[in-house]
Design a protein around this ligand. Structure first.
Ligand code: NDP
Length: 246
């Protein structure tokens, strides 16, 4: 397939729905072979089959498990080629006020959102460095920049991703591998679908642009950071939030 990303293999975690699927779609449209990696195996396989072009595939992987991440990157490399674009998008929430937060809710969110990105980056980086070419895009959140009552676990995991992004960017820069983060604001996906109308209205009023974002708003920025137009951009955190966190 032709396009700016032709010949590249993109691995997108949590890619079977929401923001991850929208990112998978734009990368496929630009010619990348996409590996959709998700804890929902059927969802990953079905989503990969819906992408434009050929050579895409879906894989089961719990990003919190380092062994599964290594095995998945090896399987993707065998079937689809060396991963040169990695999008660490898989994420979960387990919200509650800090005084009531259970140990398992803290651990689960850090494990998936932060350790998951570390696991995948470590598993995929050797191939990128060997190629002296790669782009890693971590999906953080404005909550990691601004904080939010009731989301101490989520906010810490997303702030941790900012530190991970900048450290990886510095460590890999001379090897031709870039690493950036996107901090989305409130985006209309399953993750935010549970919010009632009043909360959505209140949120909308706190967003200067006056509306929740769409997955495609984030996907277009991920496509930019992953692709050649961002060739001199590394270690950056780009808020995609309608002006919420400026
Ligand atoms: P969704 O909940 O819609 O999708 C998340 C995907 O990640 C699901 O497919 C889910 O699988 C998968 N996933 C969950 N745990 C794991 C795991 N351990 N290993 C692999 N895959 C896993 O989320 P969004 O699309 O809304 O969010 C995507 C990213 O964007 C997240 O990191 C989120 O924190 C971030 N974000 C979202 C915002 C929003 O407003 N929506 C705002 C800011 C950031 P399954 O379907 O089986 O659960």
């Amino acid at each position: 397939m032709s396009g700016a990303l032709a010949g590249q293999t993109a691995l997108v975690t949590g890619g079977s729905r929401g923001i991850g699927f929208a990112i998978s779609q734009v990368l496929a449209q630009d010619g990348a072979r996409v590996a959709i990696v998700d804890i929902d195996e059927k969802g990953a396989v079905t989503a990969a089959a819906r992408l434009e072009g050929d050579g895409h595939a879906g894989y089961f992987c719990d990003v919190g498990d380092p062994g599964q991440c290594r095995a998945t990157v090896a399987a993707v490399t065998r079937a689809q080629g060396i991963v040169t674009i990695l999008v660490n998008n898989a994420g979960i929430t387990r919200d509650s006020l800090l005084v009531r937060m259970k140990d398992e809710d803290w651990d689960a969110v850090i494990r998936v959102n932060l350790t998951g990105a570390f696991n995948m980056t470590r598993a995929a980086c050797r191939g990128m460095m060997k190629r002296r070419s790669g782009s890693i895009v971590n999906i953080s959140s404005v909550i990691g920049l601004m904080g939010n009552a009731g989301q101490t676990n989520y906010g810490a995991s997303k702030a941790g991703l900012v530190g991970l992004t900048k450290s990886v960017a510095r460590e890999f820069a001379k090897r031709g591998v870039r690493c950036n983060a996107i901090a989305p604001g409130y985006i209309a996906t399953d993750m935010t679908a549970g919010l009632d109308e009043r909360t959505t209205g209140e949120l909308g009023s706190r967003i200067p642009m006056g509306r929740l974002g769409e997955p495609s708003d984030v996907a277009d920025v991920a496509r930019f950071l992953a692709g050649p137009e961002a060739r001199y951009v590394t270690g950056q955190v780009l808020a995609v939030d309608g002006g919420m966190a400026m």
